[in-house]
Design a protein around this ligand. Sequence first.
Ligand SMILES: Cc1ncc(COP(=O)(O)O)c(C=O)c1O
Length: 450
Amino acid sequence: MNAKHPTALDSTQLNAEPYWMPFTGNRAFKANPATRTLVSAKGAYYQTAEGKTLFDCLSGLWCSALGHGDPRIAQTLKEQAETLDYSTAFQLANPQTLRLAERIAHLAPQGLDHVFFCNSGSESVDTALKMAIGYHRLRGEATRTRLIGRERGYHGVGMGGISVGGMVANRKMFAPLMLNGVDHLPHTWNLSQMAFSRGQPKWGAHLADELERLVALHDASTIAAVIVEPMAGSTGVLVPPEGYLQRLRELCTKHGILLIFDEVICGFGRVGEWFGAQRFGVTPDMITFAKCITNGVVPMGGVIVRDDIYNTFMAGPAHAVEFMHGYTYSGHPLAAAVGNVVLDIIEQDGLLDRARTLEPVLEDAIHSLKGDAGILDIRNIGLAAAIDLAPIEGSPGLRAYKLFEAGIEEGFLFRVTGDTVAMGPPFIATEGEIGAMVDGLRRCVKRVMG
Ligand SMILES: Cc1ncc(COP(=O)(O)O)c(C=O)c1O
């Protein structure tokens, strides 16, 4: 098949059987693979193997914020592959990675001036957790080993990430692999107090005080770090209540606990600023990132670290490795080159402004669904929104799965988890496309409620 001009395929031409798909109902997919095999993408649209055009309601998987097929990214990839296609990051560097670290440090909140690269959100989380443990140990507080996550948190699928994560389905099968000494804060969603909130809910700042309870239980001297997503995306766009993150910051500072913001979804514009930290006015000690830094074109993740955390590691002989951690593809030159051009595009095309301009458009559109049958809650912040659907009795997740299928028929690629539908359109989407997406969602909800 010609990659540039794919021709329509039917399911008999696609052998999906050998492929074990991640986070997928494999058997349902394989019953008819052509409906959900994507062969090309341009701008805010995908094309399926059957030749159907789908609006990309979640920017890929929260990563393709600039839309697909930008020629500036393709050109950069080609040039970088011809110039320096690979270089190890162990004892060596390349100019693209050096430049990207400098730029990310500059964009991050003041004081977070060092950047460590890896290849995914999951790796960024496990890296940050190791940094937290190592930092306390090097400072002579080796008893600080406990990690605190949050219910309904998603921090990827590494052993660290699932341990601090709070999505039960991702944890229960792997219970013996959980890290010891992990505890969780309560999640911040409460239907009776915040249903249909626009932006940040007014109720819920006090939920951060649960950290005091955990400190009273375990003692601060055993706690290394708290990790939360400023806006929890994968669990269905849980927006932080007003004052909640501020309170968490105060308590972490008071007890010498590091605060890690997992910004794998929030980072690079999703909430209308470079980072959620800036949007919500709270500076953590570390920020994890991935996804939008390369627009999803090449895998990349990383951790941005406060100066004194980095400096704490810079001890011992200068030639000796200070942090025994890294990946073959850390700071990959292709990923770094794409990261640099992505930052250029966001800046040149004014895409943070664009995300901010579209935020009220998405907010008004999505909240127009309030009162429609079967919609239990609607949430939004930045260019992210979600609705909760009334589940089908006895079959959790089936209603939203049917909506996902209906969406494809209607020309929309919705992302569903449980009975929640999440949307995070590309920043290049037009106001008309956002309106059409919500109209399409309304039709799909009607279909699955009928
Ligand atoms: C907040 C957060 N952390 C970590 C991850 C894991 O990222 P990856 O799938 O790149 O490992 C995700 C993925 O959605 C995420 O949303």
